[in-house]
Design a protein around this ligand. Structure first.
Ligand code: ZN
Length: 200
């Protein structure tokens, strides 16, 4: 941010009194512009052991597969946002069973919250931001063409939990690409997230 969204004057980046981090502070009207992580909400939507996947028609990761998910809007609950994104991206109606996965992505200031859900019917299809929708069982998931490590990890957990006959809650942190590459030395394969030991 270079200019104040309240009055249009240039902002300066400094630590306000009583704060601990630099903020964009307006020199004219003294408004402090806080910037906080964005929430991404979506659904792992099941039909008879298969999961609804969407092939992205937008950047980033155009052409790769994901679960229906997107940015939470102001004034919206996380579950309502997940339902909305599922309808927008896959024209799919679902019922939410519960929160399934939470991933922190501190290096890009995002938090993913993905819900476990059941498709109410098979009348789905690509929305404006989707090239193609597909129901995939575990062997049909395009594992090498998934858009995000969050999606990969979530799907791995989902199929594992389904085999066990019990769905848990999974929380983890996705590391920056550079650190992952240094650790794993595998450029094309998203490394698994570090899972929070308190939430196996
Ligand atoms: Zn201002």
């Amino acid at each position: 941010m270079n200019f104040c969204s309240n009055c249009g004057a240039p902002v300066e980046h400094r630590i306000p009194p009583g704060d601990t981090l630099p903020r964009a502070v307006c020199g004219a009207c003294n408004t402090i512009h806080y910037e906080n992580p964005k929430m991404i909400v979506g659904c792992v939507a099941e039909w008879d052991g298969s999961i609804l996947l969407c092939r992205r028609a937008i950047e980033p990761r155009y052409g790769l597969w994901t679960v229906p998910a997107g940015f939470l809007e102001n004034g919206e609950t996380t579950a309502a946002g997940a339902l909305r994104e599922t309808l927008e991206e896959a024209n799919a109606r679902v019922e939410i069973d519960g929160l399934f996965a939470l991933y922190n992505l501190p290096h890009i200031n995002q938090v993913y919250m993905l819900f476990r859900a059941r498709l109410l019917d098979l009348d789905f299809g690509p929305g404006a931001e989707t090239l193609e929708t597909r129901l995939c069982n575990e062997s049909e998931v395009p594992w090498s063409e998934l858009a995000f490590a969050t999606v990969r990890n979530t799907l791995i957990h989902w199929f594992n939990d389904r085999r066990k006959g019990e769905f848990g809650f999974h929380m983890g942190t996705i590391e920056p690409m550079a650190r992952r590459e240094a650790k794993a030395d595998k450029r094309d394969e998203p490394a698994p997230a570090s899972e929070d030991p308190a939430n196996p």
